[in-house]
Design a binder for this molecule. Structure first.
Ligand SMILES: [Zn+2]
Length: 272
């Protein structure tokens, strides 16, 4: 690590040029240069400041679900592009290619420590984890499957909110998913990762019986900048971060990634 300390002194810009691609990553929170393999071993968490790097749905699938137990549903649902929004179809195609996903959420059945669960895992890399008609419909069906089969429901959320390309049709998904949850009698655990915001937070993500956030996750409806400009006041430190929300009673617990699966297993065994 010595040469990095020297590099740091020389200046961040010159250090950046010397970092071999793919071997090292810089912590977004504390600026520490970290050996990528070590970070991966640490579940994509900074060993220095506990910053949780954003990870995709495949990561959470591997982290939380029993190996090989996941069966995906509703992969064939596609958007009808209801507003004929210019460039939207191409955007979807590009997102599919880049993420190898068919949409911003994967849903299906799986096992967690041998127990059957219905799951919905969002993926921020697919158009910012935005909720359009496909995400809403997949989540609704997952909720209804949980209802029908008396299974607990687990969602892992990461979203910038409703998908503007579908206008009112994406906002309708909020009511649709909330209505389906209203009928659910089995336990529902919702995990809020960084970021869980706007329409997704204001519907199914915040309606869990238990709300778990990852450390430092941004969780809110409107973004802090919009709120600041509207109320014309400085916002308190840590506003809309998981720790602030826990202190103010909006979420139930903050759980580090390494303890996430054990916490869910323990909660399910108490709730089911
Ligand atoms: Zn860090």
């Amino acid at each position: 690590m010595k040469w990095f300390q020297i590099r740091k002194k020389i200046g961040k810009e010159s250090a950046k040029k010397e970092i071999p691609d793919g071997l090292w990553i810089k912590c977004t929170s504390c600026d520490e240069i970290l050996y990528k393999k070590e970070v991966e071993k640490n579940l994509m968490v900074c060993s220095k400041c506990n910053f949780h790097f954003r990870v995709n749905s495949a990561f959470y699938k591997k982290l939380l679900l029993d190996e090989g137990s996941f069966t995906s549903f509703d992969e064939n649902i596609q958007t009808a592009d209801p507003l004929q929004f210019k460039g939207y179809v191409k955007k979807i195609e590009a997102a599919r290619k880049e993420s190898s996903l068919s949409e911003a959420v994967i849903t299906g059945e799986a096992k967690i420590d041998g127990r059957d669960v219905e799951v919905a895992i969002m993926d921020f890399s697919f158009i910012g984890g935005s909720m359009g008609s496909v995400v809403g419909e997949r989540v609704r069906r997952a909720i209804e499957r949980a209802s029908k089969q008396s299974l607990p429901l687990l969602t892992v959320n990461a979203s910038g909110g409703a998908r503007m390309h579908e206008g009112i049709f994406s906002l309708m998904q909020m009511a649709k998913t909330a209505t389906a949850l209203n009928k659910l009698k089995t336990p529902y655990i919702s995990i809020l990762t960084n970021p869980t915001t706007a329409g997704v937070l204001a519907s199914y993500a915040s309606l869990g019986d238990i709300l778990i956030a990852e450390p430092g996750a941004l969780i809110g409806f409107a973004g802090p900048r919009v709120i600041k400009q509207t109320i014309k006041k400085e916002l308190p430190d840590g506003f809309q971060r998981a720790e602030f929300l826990l202190e103010h009673g909006l979420i139930d617990m903050i759980v580090s990634r390494k303890n996430l699966k054990d916490t869910i297993i323990s909660l399910l065994s108490h709730l089911c």
